[in-house]
Design a protein around this ligand. Sequence first.
Ligand SMILES: C[S@@+](CC[C@H](N)C(=O)[O-])C[C@H]1O[C@@H](n2cnc3c(N)ncnc32)[C@H](O)[C@@H]1O
Length: 388
Amino acid sequence: MSSNPPDDIDLQSMMVSQHIRAVISDFEPDFLPFYRAIRAYSGGSPERLYNLHQGIRYIVSAGIPGAFVECGVWKGGTMMMVASTLVALGATDRKLYLYDTYEGHPKPDEKLDVDLHGHRAVDDWFPQWMEVSEDAVRDNMARTGYPMENVVLVKGRVEDTLPQHAPDTVALLRLDVDWHSPCRHALEHLFPRLSPDGLLILDDYGHYQGFRTAVDEYLESARSPMLLNRIDYACRVGVKTGRTASSSLRTPLTFQCPPALSARGDETGEDREPLERAATAPFWGDLLQEIEHLRGDLAAREEQHSAERTAAENLRAETARLKDALMAAEQALTAAEQRSVRDQEMQKQLRLEMTRMHMELSAVYESLSWRMTAPLRRLKNRLSGHSN
Ligand SMILES: C[S@@+](CC[C@H](N)C(=O)[O-])C[C@H]1O[C@@H](n2cnc3c(N)ncnc32)[C@H](O)[C@@H]1O
């Protein structure tokens, strides 16, 4: 017997499903308290927060110099992860730079800022989108116990605040500004300050096409080769090498699949199908809505079922009552019938008795009449004898 899985099992789909089932159960237990403490303040996925936490540990243990910088902080959740991890590592001498408008997203570009599904950001945008005040973010950061004199909030569009308000050296640069323009501008001014072996984290690389283009264009122009690793569908991380690319980073690669390799391959579409199905499966939000809808439906049905059950119980009680009444009526009828038979017997006997009494009475009458009429007759006879 072969110890290999059968040929018709799609291991790629199985891996996707294992990934979904694992959720965060593979994370080291000592990461979880950090995650739980800040998760309500960040829009980043668990994988992104885990990546950031590990990145901070790497930077501190490797002694990479520089500040921790984030462009696009919203409520401050990701920088709270930075601060709380640094507190736990006893490395609170680092400067933390938090760049944001603190007034929400500026208007996205109509053409460039399009998501991976082709949806234009401008169609959802409104002026206060993701607005969180500077004070609120400062309060959130203070909750981590990080010394606030080392926390620098830079308010305004990064296009206006950089490079004037920037640290000289950066150990970790995290870009989460969503749109093309601030991403490109931040890279222009902050990437050159990133220490060799420092980390570049690109939150929106897979999600917003404009953001990706800005990164690709910048790294190409800077001739900085980066191994951008995929953290989840949107986020990428790379370690700055400090090297210069010997050739263009964007040289397109072409792949000719040798016929022997494509026997079950892409040309049939067969291998692609399960993963494409997974990709077009309803989004979580839709599923949650569907669950809510089903819950409502279930509650309505339960209510209806309970009303029907009460009605059925009432009918059952009514039936039992009627059955009892019917049984009592039947018993009364039987008793009445029995009484009636007895009454008929009695009537017969009485009738016999009455006949007998009638006869007796007649006899009595008769004898009485004889007796009463005898003197009369005798008198009559005497009278007639006298008259003769
Ligand atoms: C997706 S949110 C950041 C999420 C946050 N890092 C987290 O993990 O929860 C994007 C932020 O970028 C900010 N932003 C967008 N464009 C900006 C710009 N040009 N300059 C400064 N901040 C900008 C927005 O105000 C918003 O707070």
